[in-house]
Design a protein. Sequence first.
Length: 388
Amino acid sequence: MFQNTSIQFELLKKRAFNLRWAAVPEGVIPLTAADPDFPSAPEIAEAISGFAKEKYYCYVAPEGMTDFKESIAHYFQTKRHVPVSPALAFPVNSAAHGIYLTCKAFLNPGDEAIIFDPVDFLFRYSIEAVNAKAVSFAIPAGIANVNFEELETLITPRTKMICLCNPLNPTGKVFTKAELTQLAKIVSQHGLLILSDEIWSDIVFEPAVFTSMASIDEAIRQQTITITGFSKSYGLAGLRIGAVIAHNQKHFQMLMDASLHYSTIHGVSVLSQVAATTALNQCDYWLKGFVNHLTNMKNLLVNELNTIPGFKCIAPEGCYVAFTDIQQTNLTSQALYERLLNEAKVAVVPGLKQWFGEGAEGHIRMSFATSEVVLREAMQRIKREVKG
């Protein structure tokens, strides 16, 4: 399933945008947006096709299709040890929208929310979009335990929320249960809300173990909004499907009111819900094969990167991106990005504030959700260029 021959490059060059194959010049290898090069599991296409052939595309309940809600609840109950009620889970048109929706529901203008640095730009964007303030807490790459006591010093009377991205994009850190337990104590003491983005939770490499924030205890579960999606695990980015999970009726109602689903101004495609339900119920074999492949690609990429002068890459515990320190090259992230794009014909993501925050400068990020053939060719091009 995950060989080079499985990839339909001509289709990718027509359909894969967001910095990928359809958005880069011909001949460039994009190790950019975190989106698989491989086709999704066949059961997903079959389910969409089967539903479509019945020729009814009616409105569904604004809270989501029953099958979708039940599959989400079952997933969290069996794989994440979180007791989720199907009634309190609902679909959104991507995990990214789920982040924004949670900020819209729980933050007022002038409120503060703590985000990690570096982290995906969507957290800051969503907080600022509702006229609140994002406060950065630095978490460098690596497996060293995070000192959450330092985070506590950032809490003010205006702090309402802490945004947890676990596993952490772009560094690939997977937070330990001990770390999350410490964070839970701080959250409880200060009466804060946790926005727990767990879209990467299926992409974890042994011996790291993922722990869902809402599994710590009942008290922290009542203060947590859990967000997930299906683009990273199952390659469904273009279907725009994610899920938001509340753990009490009050939070659920606040989220639903903010979503505008009741008005039909917003809502999620029925076909996208069919796809995600099928992924959760029938495609575990595909996901396991994907993670096995990614484990091999992670090892290959990290080893290759660490042979390049001026490059230093700490192996990610989760996510299929490698976050590489390039400060010893004496080039900025933007300068190296441009050199690799123009000379080596490899596109990476530069560690710019606009993408990941100030803590990302001096780094580049590469996705390795592709074939071994593509990855080896990209590394050969980069080595030739950097070694001169």
